[in-house]
Design a protein around this ligand. Structure first.
Ligand SMILES: [Cu+2]
Length: 491
C-alpha cells in the first residue's frame, strides 16, 4: 500500500507550497484503485446515485473487541493493524486500513479501575502507532508521534483506566501521517464505563449507541478518494456514520444514549435533530457533565465527543426523524435518520439532573499564551504553527508541574478553525473571547474549537502522570504540518 500525490511526493509538494495547490491523492491499495483515479464521487454519484442517497442502509455497529484474556484485575487484547475491505457502497469493496482490518475498528469496552492491555501488531506496510484519545495514559503508552511501531513489529499498550467514565477513541498518530492513516480507517471507539455511574440509570445495552461521524469521497470503483488541502483540510462529499452512507436506525419510543464522535480529518458538523428537537447533552470529551444541558444544535469539531440522551417518546410510531448537519453542503447535510417504532418493554432509564460533582482543582501555577498562525516559508511553502514555531521533536515548548493547573490562552490569528487537543490531560474551558463557554463545554475537555480570530482560555490540570506528551491541532492536515508542540510535565 502506498499513498500517491499524483506523481508529486510530499516533500516536493512542500517545496512547491501545498497551500496553493489542491493535490488529488488516491489511497492506492490495489490496481483497481489506481486505474480508476480521476473519477470523482460526483461522477460515481451521477451513475449510481442510489448508493449515495441517504437512509438506504441500516446503521451498522462497529464490532466489539473480545479480550484474549480477562480477569477482575486486567483485560488483554491483541489487535492487527492491517488492510481490509469495507462494503460502504453496494456491490463495491472499499480498501481500508483498519484495526483487525475493520472499518470502523473494534470497540473496546473498558471499566474504570480495571486496566486494559492491547498488543497492537503492525501488518500495515508502514510505520504506525496508537493514541488513545482522551485517555489518561502514562507517556510511554500514549502514542507520541515519534514513538512508532515499525511495519512487522508489535507493541504492548497499557491503559490504566484511572480516569472518569468517558467516550474515548483510539487512532493512529504516526508523525506527519495521521491525515492519511485516519482517513484510511484507523479509528475506533474505546468506551470507558464506571460502575459508580450505575445509580444514574442511563440508557444501556442496545440503547447506548456509539456513532462515529466522518466524511469521505469515492473513486468510481468504490475506493476512498483523498484530496490534500493544507489550508482547509480534507472535505469529502459524503457523510458516513459507523462506516455507512447517512444510514437509518430503528429506534423504540424510549430513551437512547447517543455517543457522537467526529472522527473526520477536518470537517466540522453542527448537529440538529429534526426541526430543532431537544437533545439532552450529558457528556463531553472527559465524560459526564455536572448537569444535563438541553441543546437544539451541537457543533462538533474533529475529535470532539458529545454524549446526549434523546427521548424518542416525544415522537409517534412511524416518525422519521433526520439528524441534520446544519451548514453542510447539499450532499453533506443529512447525517442519519431515526425511524421510530413501538417500545418493546418498560423504560428503565431516566434523565438525571445531576450527573457528576464538580471537582476542586489546584490553583493556577503558570500562564501561557499560544498564538495560532499560518506561516509562509522560504520557497513559497507554508505551515501551521503554534507559538511561532512548527513541530520540533528536539524542542520542549513548556514544562508544567505535575499536580498543578495552568491557564493556556489559544489565540487564533488565522482564518481557519483549530480544534486544539492536549494529550494525557484534560482541561476546563475558562472563557471564549472573554465570555463564559457554552454550558455543554463546561465539563472536562481534551479538544476545544478555537474559531478564526477567537481567543479561548483553557485550564489544563496536570494530574496523573509526569513525562513527555504532545498538544496539537486535530484538523489532521494542520497537526501533521505541523501544528503541534511538546510539553514535559515534571514531578
Ligand atoms: Cu488547525
Amino acid at each position: 500500500m502506498d499513498w500517491e500525490h499524483d506523481g508529486m511526493t510530499r516533500r516536493s509538494a512542500l517545496y512547491y507550497g501545498v497551500s496553493s495547490l489542491a493535490l488529488v491523492c488516491s489511497f492506492d491499495f490495489d490496481k483497481r484503485a489506481r486505474a480508476s483515479r480521476g473519477k470523482t464521487s460526483a461522477a460515481v454519484r451521477s451513475q449510481a446515485s442510489s448508493a449515495f442517497e441517504p437512509f438506504q442502509r441500516d446503521l451498522p455497529l462497529p464490532p466489539v473487541a473480545r479480550p484474549v484474556r480477562a480477569s477482575k484485575q486486567l483485560e488483554e487484547y491483541v489487535m492487527d493493524m492491517k488492510p481490509g475491505t469495507a462494503e460502504i457502497l453496494p456491490g463495491l469493496e472499499t480498501p481500508i486500513l483498519g484495526y483487525n482490518g475493520s472499518f470502523p475498528g473494534p470497540t473496546i469496552r473498558a471499566r474504570r479501575g480495571r486496566p486494559v492491555h492491547v498488543t497492537q501488531r503492525n501488518q500495515s506496510g508502514r510505520e504506525l502507532n496508537v493514541h488513545l484519545h482522551g485517555g489518561v495514559t502514562p507517556p510511554e503508552y500514549d502514542g507520541h508521534p515519534h514513538d512508532s511501531i515499525p511495519d512487522g513489529a508489535e507493541r504492548l499498550y497499557k491503559y490504566p483506566n484511572v480516569a472518569h467514565s468517558a467516550t474515548l477513541w483510539y487512532h493512529d498518530h504516526a508523525h506527519g501521517e495521521t491525515h492519511k492513516t485516519l482517513f484510511a480507517g484507523l479509528a475506533a471507539f474505546y468506551l470507558l464505563d464506571d460502575p459508580d455511574d450505575k445509580h444514574l440509570d442511563l440508557p444501556q445495552g442496545d440503547y447506548d449507541v456509539p456513532l462515529m461521524i466522518m466524511d469521505r469521497s469515492f473513486n468510481k470503483d468504490g475506493s476512498f478518494r483523498y484530496r490534500y488541502d493544507l489550508d482547509r483540510g480534507f472535505r469529502g462529499d459524503t457523510i458516513l456514520v459507523n462506516g455507512a452512507v447517512a444510514p437509518r436506525m430503528k429506534v423504540e419510543r424510549r430513551l437512547y444514549r447517543l455517543r457522537f464522535l467526529n472522527a473526520s480529518n477536518a470537517r466540522a458538523y453542527t448537529l440538529k435533530l429534526g426541526n430543532g428537537r431537544d437533545m439532552i447533552q450529558i457528556g463531553s470529551d472527559g465524560g459526564l457533565l455536572p448537569t444535563a444541558v438541553r441543546r437544539k444544535e451541537i457543533p462538533m469539531e474533529p475529535a470532539e465527543r458529545v454524549d446526549v440522551i434523546v427521548d424518542f417518546r416525544q415522537f409517534g410510531v412511524g416518525s422519521k426523524v433526520i439528524l441534520h448537519n446544519e451548514g453542510g453542503e447539499p450532499s453533506t447535510s443529512a447525517v442519519m435518520r431515526f425511524d421510530v417504532v413501538k417500545a418493546t418493554g418498560a423504560e428503565e432509564a431516566r434523565i438525571p439532573k445531576l450527573l457528576r460533582e464538580e471537582e476542586e482543582i489546584p490553583e493556577v501555577n503558570a500562564e501561557r499564551s499560544w498564538p495560532l498562525t499560518f506561516q509562509g516559508l522560504a520557497g513559497g511553502a507554508s505551515m501551521w504553527q503554534i507559538g511561532g514555531g512548527g513541530f520540533n521533536e528536539m524542542r520542549i515548548d513548556c514544562r508544567p508541574r505535575l499536580g498543578s493547573t495552568e491557564l493556556w490562552t489559544w489565540r487564533n490569528l488565522s482564518q481557519r478553525t483549530h480544534p486544539m487537543h492536549t494529550h494525557g490531560y484534560h482541561f476546563r474551558v475558562v472563557s471564549v473571547n472573554g465570555k463564559q463557554p457554552h454550558p455543554g463545554d463546561r465539563g472536562w475537555k481534551d479538544t476545544v474549537a478555537v474559531y478564526p480570530n477567537e481567543t479561548v482560555v483553557v485550564r489544563p490540570y496536570f494530574d496523573y502522570y509526569a513525562g513527555l506528551y504532545v498538544f496539537h491541532c486535530h484538523a489532521a492536515e494542520h497537526g501533521d504540518m505541523s501544528m503541534m508542540g511538546q510539553m514535559e510535565v515534571v514531578a
